[in-house]
Design a binder for this molecule. Structure first.
Ligand code: SAM
Length: 217
């Protein structure tokens, strides 16, 4: 089956049935060719609803988990989003279609370089890349972007990194997988002055967030 047909099945039969209702999000998936982000030897699996290896011990996230996290973020077209863990750049591409600007940080240089190449090929121009420890956020985005409207962490953290909460706008939303290295819960943090509220959206499993405010290694 052609990639286009497989993509239609992924969006219309898998994501919709699993509860992704926002048409803007479904459209973003429909216009993002996931096979471009997958290594050649795994491309036949690109439109299965599974994570896949992208090398360097890392993975491209499962489409449904990307869609769920993006839906929970309640993204507005004017939003500036900080993404920690660029990985393949697939989720970055989805975010770029829903928000104003995306600032993405990846600790592995090779992955960041590949992601940048694919996004360039897809003519996506509202993404800023940085290589480094994303647990400290993106200080250099200031004052271009004083605080982020939304922050998405796509690697598992033992706790919510304090530096990232500090870079979130009041009224903003941060989402992350939080828990052990093996199993986490998908947590939403809503920033409300000094009183942040947390919601748990169920079990998930991600590769570890490695850095000063994540896991040591
Ligand atoms: N959502 C991505 C995609 O669609 O391809 C996959 C992200 S992958 C599950 C998690 C990524 O987080 C990995 O590429 C890993 O190298 C990165 N990572 C882990 N710790 C990090 C840190 N402190 N700063 C930035 N990136 C980090």
């Amino acid at each position: 089956m052609k990639y286009d047909d497989q993509l239609k099945i992924l969006v219309n039969s898998v994501l919709k049935l699993k509860g992704i209702k926002d048409q803007k999000i479904l459209d973003a998936f429909m216009t993002t060719p996931r096979h471009e982000f997958v290594p050649e030897n795994l491309r036949i699996y690109s439109y299965k609803d599974h994570p896949l290896s992208i090398g360097d011990g890392q993975t491209i996230s499962q489409p449904y988990i990307v869609a769920l996290m993006v839906q929970l973020l309640e993204i507005q077209k004017t939003d500036k989003i900080l993404e920690i863990g660029t990985g393949s750049g697939y989720q970055t591409a989805i975010l770029s279609k829903l928000a104003d600007e995306v600032f993405t940080v990846e600790r592995i240089d090779n992955l960041a370089r590949n992601a940048r190449k694919v996004l360039k090929k897809l003519q996506i121009t509202n993404v800023h890349f940085r290589v480094g420890d994303g647990t400290k956020g993106w200080i250099k985005a200031f004052p271009v972007c004083e605080f982020f409207d939304k922050i998405i962490i796509s690697a598992a953290s033992p706790e919510v990194p304090e530096s990232l909460i500090n870079q979130l706008k009041d009224g903003g939303i941060l989402i992350l997988p939080c828990g052990s290295r093996i199993q986490q819960d998908l947590i939403i943090v809503r920033k409300d002055g000094e009183n942040n509220t947390k919601e748990n959206h169920g079990a998930c499993s991600f590769v570890p967030l490695i850095g000063e405010e994540g896991w040591e290694n």
